[in-house]
Design a protein around this ligand. Structure first.
Ligand code: HEC
Length: 135
């Protein structure tokens, strides 16, 4: 399952055919320190969500659903950053098979396959980073 999810992810990045996507293709799960929120965002998220997190990354065009603008999460939630929901979303905890798949990878599975014990730390660091870039 993890391997399947991951190959779909790489295929999407390849479809974008940009320099950034090719770099990711060469090093699919580039190792990034678990506490390094900005570094992980750059390596794992920017292909879809864009370097500025506006939802305009090079792989976005290959997706059926537009990647969310991650700078306006609080704005969409009455000015409060919904940390618990965002962490669950990144990890992929609320996905139920009956609701089908989503375009965004389940990062919990991918991080676990890379380094088992760092999932909570990684998800927290990513959430903290997103919280820091809210407009
Ligand atoms: C393959 C493309 C892709 C990658 C890579 C990706 N995302 Fe997403 N992301 C999406 C899409 C598409 C949506 C919108 C899904 C929807 O609306 O159903 C989304 C939605 C989100 C949301 C929900 C925003 C909200 O307001 O509810 C968050 C948070 C998020 N992504 C964070 C991340 C983080 C953090 C990473 C990197 C660890 C990441 N994404 C990597 C495609 C991607």
């Amino acid at each position: 399952m993890t391997r399947f999810t991951f190959s779909v992810f790489v295929a999407l990045l390849l479809a974008a055919g940009t320099a950034q996507a090719q770099a990711i293709d060469k090093a699919p799960m580039k190792r990034t320190a678990a506490y390094d929120g900005p570094g992980m965002y750059h390596n794992y998220c920017s292909a879809c969500h864009g370097l500025g997190a506006l939802g305009d990354g090079p792989a976005a065009k290959a997706l059926t659903k537009a990647p969310a603008d991650l700078t306006r999460i609080s704005a969409r939630n009455g000015g409060t950053f919904p940390e618990t929901r965002i962490k669950r979303y990144i990890e992929g905890l609320d996905e139920v098979a009956a609701h089908g798949s989503r375009d965004m990878p389940m990062w919990g599975e991918l991080f676990r396959s890379m380094e088992r014990d760092t999932v909570p730390l990684r998800v927290q660091a990513l959430s903290d980073f997103l919280k820091s870039i809210q407009k």
